[in-house]
Design a protein around this ligand. Structure first.
Ligand code: MSP
Length: 519
């Protein structure tokens, strides 16, 4: 089973384009794995505890639970709108999750891996963590990324992170694929060295923060939000679940094939705390997850932020341009792992060029001409020439490049490969001019072959593109009267999906052009 999870989003606000990207990316990967023949399970959800949620709820004068649930609905609504088709939904307020977190804490406590001590230090509310001098900038101050920083002294519970450092160093060094893309490997190794002399504070006194999961062995404390949140990847996969629980069977899902997360939460949480926690719980090297770390969507080179007021709302974009247009743009205009600039003009341009003009045009002309000149009956004619052979080669190259790119989660390269073939087909139509061939009875075998090559290409593209724009692809398949393609696996996709004598359906534009005011 291919088990894929994403980071869970804080519920202190509404979802933004960064959240949408991650969930769509994971959805596209899940759909692709199924197409490739795997069983797949996709878990995503929301992070409902912590100081940020408590603070924002207080400002609005509501209980944190009410506040978190209210925002959770916004995420649920958006994922439905964007066709993010998850199998499991994680909410950290869920009693099943809470029980799992408490069992883990109790076990670590019983094994002597947790201890209590007093600590005086600087605390960042935004990042919900104590800071050390290493976090100070060159000017000796804590940078703006930490938000409000205050000095506090309190007694807390600590997890012996330092006990795990030696194992972690060995694990990361010997597992270059632990983090994808691998240019982040060095970042993780450096972070391990920084973690070496600091244990992880895993509690917050209730006097300061009430909104969290209570420590089962000390009722004056709640669990640190990251300790709670990271556990969602296993709690909702059925780890330590009660007898008869409706959660999945843990052994079928774990280890996670990939956790999809942004570069900001790679260190220390996902690459240090999480493997250290798992190892302390008894997970072996083979049971560690792989981290797929994506980059950030920025706005004109700047970070998206509420204070700058440049936050992009995916809900409004989906209403304006269509959910599948947004899905396409989000996985097309960013190289997985790198940053990109969100630009609504590029969204329109890429859609109009690659979907409306290139693919839409190919499907329309292929189906329309087949209807008009062949009565919609597709023949596997005997005619063959170099151009037809080159088209078949182009499709087979595009499919191979697409698969190779998708297997390493590079959606942009995969979509470019498909677009290359679509462009080839449009050029093929221009060269062969089926509208001219139709006028000459002597060219009927060539006409059938040319249109067959074009329509067969549409069929293949509708399968390969389906993880990204599933609804549009089903529409193409319906027009082709090839409904069986919705269930096909990549291994069975080969030349000749359209049987000899197959009757296609009525063509109807699937990707209408987006008209913008300046046009
Ligand atoms: N709640 C934690 C994650 C806990 S996972 C056990 C958190 N939440 S978040 O809401 O701040 O971010 C959720 C995800 O969205 C993260 O993976 C983060 O990297 C991603 N993004 C947030 N802003 C982003 C962009 N501007 N662009 C792309 N992804 C970004 O961190």
């Amino acid at each position: 089973m291919f088990y894929i999870t994403t980071a869970i989003d804080y519920t202190n606000g509404a979802p933004h384009i960064g959240h949408a990207y991650e969930k769509v990316l994971a959805d596209v990967i899940t759909r692709y794995r199924r197409l490739a023949g795997d069983d797949a399970y996709y878990l995503t959800g929301v992070d409902q505890h912590g100081q940020k949620v408590q603070q924002t709820a207080e400002k609005e004068g509501v209980h944190p639970a009410t506040f978190a649930q209210r925002n959770t609905k916004k995420f649920l609504k958006l994922w439905e709108k964007l066709n993010v088709n998850y199998d499991g939904w994680a909410e950290t307020m869920d009693e099943r999750h809470k029980a799992c977190v408490q069992k883990i804490l109790q076990k670590l406590h019983d094994e002597g891996l947790l201890y209590k001590k007093a600590y005086k230090g600087f605390y960042s509310i935004r990042q919900e963590q104590f800071l050390t001098d290493k976090e100070r900038g060159e000017d000796g101050e804590f940078g703006a990324e930490w938000g409000e920083v205050t000095e506090i002294e309190e007694e807390n519970w600590y997890f012996k992170l330092s006990d795990q450092v030696e194992w972690m160093r060995g694990f990361v060094e010997s597992h270059p694929d632990f983090v994808i893309p691998n240019f982040r490997h060095g970042e993780v190794l450096n972070a391990i060295e920084r973690a070496a002399d600091n244990d992880l504070c895993i509690s917050r006194p209730k006097s300061r923060l009430r909104w969290g999961i209570e420590l089962p062995f000390d009722q004056d404390y709640v669990t640190y939000v990251w300790f709670d949140a990271l556990i969602n990847y296993i709690s909702f996969a059925g780890y330590l679940a009660e007898e008869g629980s409706d959660l999945p069977e843990f052994e079928k899902l774990w280890p996670a094939d990939i956790h999809v997360l942004g570069k900001d939460i790679l260190v220390p949480s996902h690459s240090i705390y999480w493997p250290a926690m798992l190892h302390a719980m008894g997970f072996t090297d083979d049971q560690m997850p792989t981290l797929l770390v994506h980059g950030w969507w920025n706005i004109r080179g700047e970070k998206m932020s509420k204070s700058i007021g440049n936050v992009v709302d995916p809900d409004a974009l989906a209403d304006q341009f269509g959910a599948e247009t947004l899905r396409y743009y989000l996985v097309r205009d960013i190289i997985t792992g790198k940053d990109s600039n969100f630009d609504a003009d590029r969204l329109v341009m890429l859609y109009n060029t690659e979907l409306a003009n290139d693919l839409g045009n190919l499907c329309n002309r292929a189906l329309n001409m087949s209807k008009r000149s062949l009565g919609g009956v597709m023949e596997q004619s005997d005619f063959d020439d170099e151009d037809c052979q080159t088209l078949r080669q182009s499709l087979s190259d595009a499919t191979a490049t697409y698969q190779e790119a998708m297997n390493r989660y590079d959606t942009a390269a995969a979509l470019q490969a498909l677009n290359n073939h679509v462009s080839f087909c449009n050029g093929f139509a221009e060269r062969n001019k089926p509208w001219e061939l139709a006028k000459d009875e002597a060219q009927s075998a060539r006409l059938s072959a040319v249109l067959y090559h074009m329509v067969e290409s549409c069929a293949h593209i509708s399968v390969l593109l389906s993880p990204v724009t599933p609804e549009a692809c089903v529409k193409i398949q319906n027009q082709l009267r090839l409904e069986n393609l919705t269930e096909i696996k990549l291994g069975n996709l080969s030349w000749g999906m359209i049987p000899n004598g197959h009757q296609i359906g009525k063509p109807k534009p699937v990707f209408p052009r987006i008209q913008i005011d300046s046009e």
